[in-house]
Design a protein around this ligand. Structure first.
Ligand code: CTP
Ligand code: MG
Length: 231
């Protein structure tokens, strides 16, 4: 490794915001999704382990369900835990407000992507560090995608080669993320969407299949087999 590439790694200069305050309605069950068990640990604990294994990460701020703040703080003594909001965007804003000014790079990472490899976290952080102010991991779309009418008929087939399935962590120069959230006027399902709305570029890096978002009971089965394959 050369002297100039060394600073790209292992700096602990990255703060990670973890929106974890969702209900998990599509997964079902009687606890919020981030607290659901997977092989003896909550999804949130799996997620935090992956983040802690990434050498760049120096701070983790979790936005937790209001009713479970105490439980989450007890599970995650190494993280800063704040109360989540009624939307993902609000949860991210709450977590961002708790990041000290010394962190210039901020990643936003869904608790639901609990098995994300540390290498992907590092790849996103490195891309921000090399000068991309907004970075997202993207996987190719494998299914044929069609636009549908409300009554269930096909309107058109979309050109799949121009599409990407977007994951987290998404990485940002901190000033940009702060401005994007402060000036948001509408709802977005990810943070890069707020940057796109400002007319600013968003860079992509290759995503990872194991960074899947655990959304449905079927995804939990996939997550279980990923864990089995690692052990
Ligand atoms: N999230 C959050 N605050 C909210 C809503 C969502 O912090 N008010 C978080 C979730 O905890 C999750 C991430 O945003 O880690 C992505 O959201 P999603 O996968 O949709 O999770 P849920 O909203 O919990 O699930 P569902 O939409 O099925 O209810
Ligand atoms: Mg949701």
């Amino acid at each position: 490794m050369t002297a100039t590439s060394k600073p790209l790694l292992e700096r602990r200069d990255v703060a990670v915001l973890v929106p974890a305050a969702g209900q998990g309605l599509r997964l079902g069950g009687d606890v919020p999704k981030a607290l659901r068990d997977l092989h003896g640990q909550s999804l949130l604990v799996h997620c935090l382990r992956a983040l802690a294994a990434a050498p760049s990460v120096g701070l983790i701020v979790v936005a937790a369900p209001a009713a479970h703040l105490g439980a989450v703080r007890a599970q995650l003594p190494e993280a800063t835990v704040v109360e989540g909001g009624s939307t993902r965007q609000e949860s991210v804003s709450n977590a961002l407000a708790a990041v000290p000014a010394s962190f210039e790079i901020v990643l936003v990472h869904d608790a639901a992507r609990a098995l994300t490899p540390p290498s992907l976290i590092e790849a996103v952080a490195a891309a921000v560090r090399t000068g991309h102010d907004a970075v997202i991991p993207v996987l190719p779309v494998v299914d044929t995608i069609k636009q549908l009418s409300p009554d269930g008929h096909v309107l058109t087939t979309v050109d799949r080669s121009q599409l990407g399935a977007v994951q987290t962590p998404q990485g940002f120069r901190r000033d940009l993320l702060t401005k994007a959230h402060a000036t948001a006027t509408d709802a977005h399902t990810d943070d890069a969407g707020l940057v796109e709305r400002m007319g600013l570029p968003v860079f992509t890096v290759p995503g990872h299949p194991e960074a899947l978002k655990i959304t449905t009971p079927f995804d939990l089965l996939i997550a279980e087999s990923i864990l089995r394959s690692r052990n």
